[in-house]
Design a protein around this ligand. Sequence first.
Ligand code: NAD
Length: 468
Amino acid sequence: MAGPETYEVVVIGGGPGGYTAAIRAAQLGLRAALVEKEEKLGGICLNWGCIPTKALLKQAELYRLFQRAGEFGFTVGQVGFDWKKVIQRSRQVSERLSKGVDYLMKKNKVEVVRGRGCLAPGPKVEVRDTKGTVVNTLTARHVIVATGSRPQTLPGVQLDGNQIITSREAMVLDQLPKSLAIIGAGAIGVEFAYFFNAFGTQVTLLEALPQILPREDEEVAGILTKSLAKQGVQIATGVQVSSVKAGAKGMEVLYRGKEGEVVLKAEKVLMAVGVVGNIEDLGLEALGVKTVKGAVAVNERLETSAKGISAIGDVVGAPQLAHVAAAEAVAAVEFIAGHQRAPIDRSSIPFCTYCQPQVASMGLSEAQAKKAGHQVKVGRFPFSASGKALASGESEGLVKLVFDAKFGELLGASIIGAEATELIAELGLAKHLEATYEELIHTIHAHPTLSEGVMEAAGEAFGLALNL
Ligand code: NAD
């Protein structure tokens, strides 16, 4: 039996990976502790990522919708906003959810230990205060490293938290910047481009690769590029940024693009070029935990190279998404508990970007499916043909589904449009269950809904669309 200071599972890091692991361990009757260095539980996702940004993005969406009031038959005066309140609301949402995690820890009798966790032989977890003094030592049968990630920057570009910022500062700016250069057009770059542009900032989005949202379907990225450009975002792809420095008036970003060397002037620069795992000062090396390219190396059971130590979430590398971290957390704990279960299904992970129009995908894009050697059938359904989309004033975008031509199995899905991030769930389930187009078209979808677009796109791939 475990003694008072001995835990079956000690988790380092209280983000969506870590706290989920602690809950699952407790559910399985394993004595669990969660070590967290920050004051608030929930990690980047709840405090400085997914949740506060989704509050901000909803506010941007509403602001733009109010501006369209006339289209819906409303007469309203000049629509304005109070920037401080816009920010405040997003902080309140975060605060509330973080308290929710405190409650979940209590409910599940997970011991929350404050301080910076570091691995020691045993395995043990030493907990240090801000001065680095060891204030607690926890003996664990299993340790789960869930320390997350932090924003990366470019070589030679120093983040200063004021003029050269990351998403963390961008979500709590005292004032709306007049202009903003965003470097990197992944999910963070695109979401903040949409957000600041909606509130009136002059936004320029710079992306090194040939398209924005490089991991998304080319056609979908093209539709989003046009839409954001129409909304007022300046977009340059295929650029090489060579320097970011303070000029006489604000910042200057020097880059080489299709039009040659450009000096872009902006009040602030937001770095959104990806994240890097928090693998430092954890004692990984001393315990023989291998890392590869800045991420903790794990097998399908989320075990590291050191006995008794697992790792989950952003710290194990891409895709660095909260929902992947949570799925890994459940799997890691169940493997520790000796369950006979399959590794997590990585083939149907949803990828979501919450700008408007929203973008969501899972599985293989058309290009990836072809590259993988599939003969494909592709079905599209534009929301301009959807009754629900027209009624809602949201007719932009489409559902695009990719099937294997031989057996009709769903290989992947890409959606751009209103509620794309909700609609993708059905397709993730379909892929997980190895469904074919027939299951999708034989499932009766409510009318009128945006989800009918999924059924119609499946039909369209095989010449069976009814409303096109
Ligand atoms: P990312 O890796 O998704 O995107 C970074 C982008 O920067 C890429 O498109 C890359 O090509 C580009 N880039 C890299 N170097 C560049 C350079 N020198 N010049 C111009 N562009 C350059 O990373 P992110 O957007 O910073 O997000 C970080 C992580 O957080 C990702 O794993 C992301 O998936 C996740 N995230 C997810 C969501 C969501 O699911 N909605 C939202 C925010 C963040």
